[in-house]
Design a protein around this ligand. Structure first.
Ligand code: AR6
Length: 171
């Protein structure tokens, strides 16, 4: 199936769509959100202002402007609140909403960052399991798509690789 895990900067990915780990305002921030806005240029923020925000676990799409990617799919992941506030379902929602939007726009190659595991403090191993399950289930229905997990550090990459190995073993 079309799933690969790489170490790299998502703003440099030559894919149809990259996903942004945004916040509900969609007006930019730090982390990967800040990096994407810097690389895309000010036109991205201008388009984001027309979207009037986005709910947690949902997604909205814009053009990619100066990025190599044609589209940016913006999804606010959940802020970790201890695990009993529906965080797992919301995180799965972020991946699934993003993937559905990509398919709707004909984006066949899509790169994700590790949503919610930075300043939103979602535990990395748990996030990696949810992301992997959601992506692989979606790929079974969309075998023509190619999904990349762009991990910014080795620890994150190792967690997604473990989750993929566990998933494979459990099937
Ligand atoms: N490419 C790929 N991954 C990156 C990059 C990059 N250029 N830069 C950082 N990461 P975070 P969150 C990784 O905090 O937890 C923003 O302010 C980073 O190492 O960016 O979902 C938003 O506006 C980590 O593994 O996103 C929201 O307010 C992962 O991306 C809030 O942060 C996610 O870390 C969202 O928090």
């Amino acid at each position: 199936m079309g799933y690969r895990i790489i170490l790299g900067d998502i703003t440099e990915q030559h894919v149809d769509a990259i996903v942004n780990a945004a916040n509900t305002s969609l007006l930019g921030g730090g982390g990967v959100d800040g990096a994407i806005h810097r690389a895309a240029g000010p036109e991205l923020l201008a388009e984001c202002r027309t979207l009037h925000g986005c709910g947690t676990g949902k997604a909205k799409i814009t053009k990619g402007y100066r990025l190599p990617a044609n589209y940016v799919i913006h999804t606010p992941g959940p802020i970790w609140r201890g695990g009993t506030a529906g965080e797992d379902a919301l995180l799965a929602g972020s991946y699934l909403s993003s993937l559905r939007l990509a398919a709707e726009y004909g984006a066949k190659t899509v790169a994700f960052p590790s949503i919610s595991t930075g300043v939103y403090h979602f535990p990395l191993e748990r996030a990696a399991r949810t992301a992997t399950e959601t992506i692989l289930a979606f790929l079974r229905e969309h075998p023509d798509m190619e999904i990349t997990m762009a991990c910014f550090d080795e620890r994150t990459k190792a967690a997604y690789e473990r989750a993929l190995a566990e998933y494979g073993a459990a099937r």
